[in-house]
Design a protein around this ligand. Structure first.
Ligand SMILES: *[C@@H]1O[C@H](CO)[C@@H](O)[C@H](O)[C@H]1NC(C)=O
Ligand SMILES: *[C@@H]1O[C@H](CO)[C@@H](O)[C@H](O)[C@H]1NC(C)=O
Ligand SMILES: *[C@@H]1O[C@H](CO)[C@@H](O)[C@H](O)[C@H]1NC(C)=O
Length: 326
């Protein structure tokens, strides 16, 4: 472990040194959790900010008391306006009706959003800085949920966290902090292609999303081994279209990578599950991709996506087929 942490600090210092030498002046990435923002969406277009530990802002928001609550958390470089935050929020608002509170965590000041990624070494240094923020963000979101519990009777066991990429590991740390600080347990974490870089190597093994972070943890793998994590860290792990590369993602996108398209496919697939009843079948083997022999007619298939059943399933590795998604 010592040599690994030396390796990490070497990479960080290298990134920082080169970022410094390249003369890029970037807005600083905050490490202060007071810069986190929580927006509650009673309707898709009207976000209301709820300020942590500010009772007046909570009352003014009209957050529904004692009601199941979803927290949406996008990944590295994200903020309130990034596509996952907006689309997942919209899908839950459209399907949850009056029986759900939908809240988006805007962690843009701490996620690196707005940074230029022109220099790959800068990107490495931003990523390592942002990873360092993840555990404290998880703690603050847990404290925020406790604030909702005390003032609005929203139980931890009524809270689902949906996280994409690095946001999935933030979700895991929310679950750990809820357990460690409050002795509670989130009902569900849905991890949408949890980030792989540095988390695959288990440099920070206790801090990544894990199957014990909520009563139920389902993980959707779409860019396994590139931007997405390799390991089956959920109770149910769905290797969408085999798990590593997705339909419609054959050409490099604006970021210059094919991987980004497949990585984003995880949240597109997930919310398309509000319309489409996907049946996932157990993997027979998982070497590179999940292999399934009789996928069109498997026994032991389970419906997956937002409406997945939380009851224990017989297997933990599944695959499902789907086409290109807009
Ligand atoms: C939100 O994030 C995107 C992507 O990183 C960025 O282009 C945009 O400037 C950010 N917006 C704000 C308000 O920070
Ligand atoms: C999933 O549940 C939501 C909310 O109850 C519902 O609107 C939607 O039709 C369901 N989707 C499927 C595919 O069952
Ligand atoms: C699916 O398998 C079952 C038996 O395992 C069989 O009875 C059924 O006809 C099959 N359906 C299709 C569409 O192949």
């Amino acid at each position: 472990m010592g040599s690994l942490s030396n390796f990490v600090s070497f990479i960080v210092s290298l990134g920082l040194a080169l970022a410094f030498c390249s003369g890029n002046v970037q807005a600083e990435i905050s490490t202060n959790v007071d810069d986190l923002r929580f927006y509650y969406y009673p309707t898709a277009n009207d976000g209301v900010e709820i300020v942590f530990n500010n009772g007046a802002s909570l009352s003014a928001s009209n957050l529904k008391a004692a009601t199941p609550t979803i927290i949406v958390i996008d990944g590295f470089l994200s903020n309130l306006t990034t596509p996952m935050s907006q689309n997942v929020k919209n899908a839950y608002v459209a399907n949850g009706g009056d029986n759900l509170n939908v809240i988006v965590l805007d962690w843009g000041r701490l996620s690196g959003s707005g940074q230029s990624l022109a220099n790959p070494l800068d990107t490495v240094s931003y990523y390592t800085t942002v990873i360092g923020n993840v555990p404290e963000i998880g703690q603050r979101v847990a404290d925020f949920l406790n604030f909702l519990q005390v003032n609005k009777q929203i139980q931890f066991s009524d809270v689902t966290v949906v996280g994409h990429s690095l946001g999935a590991h933030v979700a895991g740390d929310v679950g750990k902090s809820v357990q460690n600080t409050y002795g509670g347990l989130l009902t569900r974490i849905a991890g949408l292609d949890p980030a792989g870089p540095l988390y695959d190597l288990q440099l920070i093994p206790s801090l990544r999303l894990d199957r014990n972070d909520a009563s139920f943890v389902d993980v959707y793998h779409t860019n396994r081994g590139v931007l997405g994590i390799i390991d089956d860290i959920g109770q149910v792990n769905v290797y969408v279209n085999g798990g590593s590369s997705q339909p419609g993602c054959t050409t490099a996108d604006i970021t210059g990578t094919k991987g980004y398209c497949s990585h984003s496919y995880s949240w597109k697939f997930f919310i398309s599950g509000f319309q489409t009843n996907y049946l996932a079948c157990p993997c027979l083997g998982l070497i590179v991709d999940c292999i399934c022999l009789n996928c069109n007619n498997c026994s032991k298939g389970i419906p997956v996506g937002p409406n997945i059943s939380y009851s224990a399933s017989e297997c933990s590795l599944y695959t499902v087929s789907s086409g290109p998604l807009p």
